[in-house]
Design a protein around this ligand. Structure first.
Ligand code: PAF
Length: 279
């Protein structure tokens, strides 16, 4: 496995591969867990060469302390990537990714104004900025993203279409701990107490899914909040039931794919999760 820090070194390696090799790309911010490993495995199945980036992107953090306390575990990450058979790891500095102040300023047509976008203003501008830069550097055929970041995945698909990137975006299912908690790099920041109550998030989402159509949308959302907050330790920031394609918030059930999405504070740690709903 090759580990490189500069765009030049990365390009030198990738340009050396035969042009008919299929390049798979897994962008990450490190602190890798099994969810990331499942992305690498999916990439390995589909592609000849797998590139992973580890870059904690400052432009997508609207909260400075969140950026500072974001877990950084480079040595463990590299060991995991090696074990999964990743071919090339790109670990750039901030200057390498942002040598200039230019910005893409892509109009995300409202996809960035709901849910995560409402509570983390500017977050998706930062995500789109960095993913676009990484796509231009790596030039992959396929790129792999987890469905846990459901809104991010929709926005990246939108960006790829808008900017005519010739890249196929593959969404990979959420991986969960045995008790149902969605795997996330932020889980390592949870206190024991918060960790022990956090499986209720998945339980409440599952209950909501089982009750779809039986109760009004608003009642399902209220019940989910009550279930999650019942322990007195978790606080729901938002819950929304949206049209999976448009991300439009729904007040009535529709006969199209829907997702229920939630963000929850466990102390200072913010967790997100979602489930697909089929009416
Ligand atoms: O999902 C993430 O880890 C990040 O948002 C991404 C896609 C690597 C961009 O920094």
């Amino acid at each position: 496995m090759r580990v490189v820090e500069s765009v030049l070194d990365l390009r030198a390696i990738l340009d050396n591969y035969n042009t008919n090799k299929v390049i798979g790309f897994v962008p990450t911010m490190g602190a890798l867990h099994n969810g990331h490993c499942s992305l690498i495995r999916a990439a390995k199945q589909k592609c000849d060469v797998v590139v992973t980036s580890i870059f904690v992107n400052p432009t997508q953090f609207n909260d400075k302390t969140d950026l500072e306390k974001y877990p950084r575990t480079l040595n463990e990450d590299l060991a995991k990537l090696e074990k999964e058979g990743c071919d090339v790891v790109f670990v750039p500095s901030v200057e390498e990714i942002y040598p200039d102040n230019s910005s893409l300023s892509l109009d995300l047509e409202g996809l960035d104004k709901v849910m995560e976008g409402e509570f983390r203003p500017g977050h998706f501008d930062g995500v789109v900025e960095v993913v676009n830069r990484l796509f231009n550097i790596v030039k992959p055929n396929f790129a792999f993203f987890g469905e846990k970041d459901f809104q991010q995945l929709s926005i990246i698909r939108f960006m790829v279409k808008k900017l005519n990137h010739d890249i196929q975006i593959i969404g990979c299912p959420i991986l969960r701990e045995e008790d149902g908690l969605a795997m996330s790099s932020r889980n390592t920041l949870l206190t024991e107490e918060h960790r022990s109550v956090s499986p209720v998030i998945f339980k409440a989402l599952t209950n909501a899914k089982n009750n779809i159509g039986k109760f009004a949308v608003e009642d399902i959302k209220n019940e989910l909040v009550a279930q999650i907050e019942d322990n007195g330790l978790l606080k729901v920031e938002y819950v929304d039931i949206v049209n999976s394609a448009t991300l439009k918030s729904l007040s009535n059930w529709i006969d199209e794919p829907m997702n229920i999405c939630v963000a929850v504070f466990a102390g200072k740690v913010r967790l997100i999760d979602n489930l697909k709903l089929n009416y």
